[in-house]
Design a binder for this molecule. Structure first.
Ligand code: NDP
Length: 241
């Protein structure tokens, strides 16, 4: 793959897929701005991967923290060429359970958070004629019981991305990646016990490593500007749903 000297902003870079994307892009020559709430994790990662990587504590549900992050990316890295909306939570539980706050948190983080980050970084992407990558999910195509709010958020992310594609291309490319099960800490945060057990068992049997998704993102970004991989669904081969 050809080396890049572009600047990528990655939300949710403190673990899992975001962390793997950060490492992969840095090995391809990118400078990265790592955004997440856990500053200790992104600071350690920034030191580890080097190449001028920056750790910025930010919460995608807090617009002021994203505005502050964008201003640092502009002044310290010269602006974003790539924004990767990866931050997300998957707090599955029956919709009829009492997990009202978690249902809202999924929509506020996975969908509205991505909208906020994109809106705030849009001028930088316009200036660089850059790329927007939205990490969606196979749950934007299938919706098992317990996934109502998660699927609503990811389905919403896909619809929003499709309209952005029409609005922003050809200046800014819009790509949606839909991973199947990936071995990360995503399901560790599920508080509904039965849902957590079910998800963990499933994940233990079928999940692919986060690196598989990072490689796909790096490949999509490395395509020439004349084409865009607008939507990529990546399941582990043994995953049926
Ligand atoms: P992880 O739990 O490992 O990573 C989630 C990341 O999101 C963390 O870095 C977390 O950082 C960050 N995050 C959560 N809430 C916020 C917030 N409010 N503001 C900023 N950052 C936040 O899981 P994955 O790596 O698996 O998940 C990454 C993305 O991939 C998510 O969008 C997920 O929906 C999607 N995905 C995952 C799949 C899987 O099977 N693992 C399958 C399909 C899609 P911190 O807590 O430090 O803020």
């Amino acid at each position: 793959m050809t080396k890049s000297n572009r600047v990528a902003v990655i939300t949710g870079a403190s673990s899992g897929i975001g962390e793997a994307i950060a490492k992969t892009l840095v090995s391809n020559g990118y400078k990265v701005a790592l955004l997440a709430r856990r500053l200790d994790r992104i600071s350690t990662l920034a030191d580890q991967i080097g190449n001028g990587s920056m750790a910025i504590q930010a919460d995608v549900t807090d617009r002021a923290s994203i505005v502050a992050a964008a201003s640092r990316v502009e002044s310290e890295l010269g602006g974003a060429d790539v924004v990767i909306n990866n931050a997300g939570v998957m707090l599955t539980a029956p919709f009829g359970s009492d997990r009202r706050a978690e249902h809202r948190q999924m929509v506020e983080t996975n969908l509205l958070g991505a909208m906020t980050v994109t809106e705030v970084f849009l001028d930088q992407l316009r200036a660089s004629e850059g790329d927007l990558v939205n990490i969606s999910s196979v749950a934007a195509r299938v919706a098992p019981a317990g996934f109502a709010a998660y699927s609503a958020a990811k389905w919403g992310l896909n619809g929003w991305s499709e309209s952005l594609r029409v609005e922003l291309q050809p200046d800014i490319r819009v790509m949606v990646i839909e991973p199947g099960a990936v071995a990360t800490e995503l399901s560790d945060h599920i508080t509904h016990e039965d849902s957590q057990k079910l998800d963990q068992e499933y994940r233990d049997n079928v999940a692919m490593p986060a690196q598989d998704i990072a490689d796909v993102v790096a490949f999509a970004l490395s395509r020439p500007k004349r084409i865009t991989l607008n939507e990529i669904l990546v399941r582990p081969t043994i995953q049926a749903m």
